[in-house]
Design a protein around this ligand. Structure first.
Ligand SMILES: *Cc1c(COP(=O)(O)O)cnc(C)c1O
Length: 400
């Protein structure tokens, strides 16, 4: 192993997260309920018996989400994947359609498309935010898209192009204003995967509110967690009403009759989980502050290293700094990847559980035959990126 590459990087990480040992490993992002009212709120569910998919904590959780994000409507659901699937269904994605999305995301983004019987169509990213690239998107649409009798069709596959699904990666807002303009120009519904972007903003608009619907996740490793959970954000009252209806078996309201007016889902978030969510949302500012401090400390620790750089907040954006990401700068991506592997091995041996960015979705066996534009930037970036431990509790004194 070439220690001269890895050692200074490891030392910089340890400078921020402190000493660690393999018996007490430091994970990427861990849940923490200390300093919150979580226990009280969960106890309230147990004492009242309201533990399932109705109850006041769900309503309160949705209201708090609206207050924090500025959304007119929030609909809480059981995880971020079903939030995406429901959002895509609501904007009209049907079996056999294509949905445009970036290949650098968690697998759930593509899975939600596939769950509807639709087909992911990959478009390249840009290297600053790691989000969908507006220039590549326009180029791709101009290359393959054509309007036939009012329907946007991929002329290479004959399938309808039904929606645009950008992702805000690691809490950094994508170039969503530009993407919105392109979606409008092509008359494409815009659904944002904002699973990682609660409390991330661009031009003072919360991620997820640039298009028809945005989705959040409250999975165990996210900024705040409900154990498992997700939500749809929208400013459209009709979409919100339909989201609520379709996430609760499309039951028509009646005191005793079981009447349902559509094939729908059981997607609602249980009250028990929502109670955890309310407790953490109340504590959101403190968490965000700690995460910003952590990102700044990493920034200082890495300032003098030239083989790597940290991803930073873009202009006119506010990131929640969900995960701090390190990029290997070697010109050749294969060299960057081998340096990254050395770091991963050395870090895991000391108990620092760094994680590389996801395997690009178009390399996965389920999605390797999907339509795609050129993915040059994605191919170049994927081998370079590794995430560092980013839990707010890594900041000392955070609990006091
Ligand atoms: C976490 C995540 C999801 C899925 O959320 P779950 O709650 O785990 O189903 C979707 N997209 C992205 C980008 C995510 O990070």
């Amino acid at each position: 192993m070439n220690n001269s590459v890895v050692q200074p990087i490891l030392e910089a990480i340890q400078q921020v997260v402190g000493g660690c040992d393999p018996n007490h490993p430091v994970s990427l992002h861990e849940p923490d309920f200390r300093g919150t009212q979580a226990w009280e709120y969960v106890k309230d569910c147990l004492e009242t018996g309201w533990v399932s998919t109705a109850g006041t904590w769900v309503t309160r959780f949705e209201q708090e989400l609206c207050t924090i994000t500025g959304a007119s409507h929030a609909v809480a659901v059981s995880n971020g994947t079903v939030a995406l699937r429901l959002a895509l269904h609501l904007v009209g994605v049907c079996p056999g359609d294509e949905v445009l999305l970036p290949p650098l995301s968690f697998v759930a983004t593509a899975n939600a498309v596939a769950h509807l019987g639709a087909v992911p169509h990959f478009v390249d990213i840009e290297p600053n935010s790691l989000g969908l690239c507006p220039v590549s998107l326009t180029a791709r649409l101009e290359a393959v898209a054509e309007r036939r009798k009012g329907v946007l069709v991929n002329r290479e596959t004959g399938r309808r192009i039904a929606a645009l699904l950008p992702v805000h990666v690691f809490g950094h807002p994508a170039e969503i204003t530009e993407l919105r303009t392109i979606a409008d120009a092509w008359d494409l519904p815009l659904v944002e995967d904002a699973a990682e972007a609660l409390a991330s903003w661009r031009d003072n608009i919360h991620c997820g509110l640039f298009g028809e619907i945005g989705t959040l996740s409250f999975n165990g490793n996210k900024l705040i967690t409900t154990g498992g959970g997700g939500a749809l954000l929208t400013n459209d009252a009709v979409l919100a009403r339909r989201a609520r209806h379709l996430s609760t078996t499309a039951k028509t309201p009646h005191p005793w009759t079981f009447d349902h007016d559509a094939v729908a889902w059981n997607d609602r978030l249980p009250n028990l989980n929502a109670a955890l969510g309310v407790a953490q949302l109340e504590d959101l500012d403190r968490r965000l502050h700690a995460k910003r401090q952590l990102a700044e400390r990493f920034g200082r620790a890495f300032a003098d290293l030239d083989r790597v750089e940290l991803l930073t907040e873009s202009e006119s954006c506010r990131s929640n700094h969900w995960l701090v990401s390190l990029r290997f700068r070697a010109k050749d991506p294969e060299k960057a990847e081998s340096e990254r592997l050395q770091l991963l091995e050395a870090a895991h041996a000391t108990g620092l559980l760094l994680r590389p960015i996801w395997t690009p979705l178009h390399h996965l066996q389920m999605y390797c035959d999907c339509p795609s534009g050129p993915l040059t930037v994605s191919e170049d970036q994927a081998p370079r990126l590794v995430n560092l431990p980013s839990s707010p509790q890594l900041i000392e004194g955070w609990h006091s």
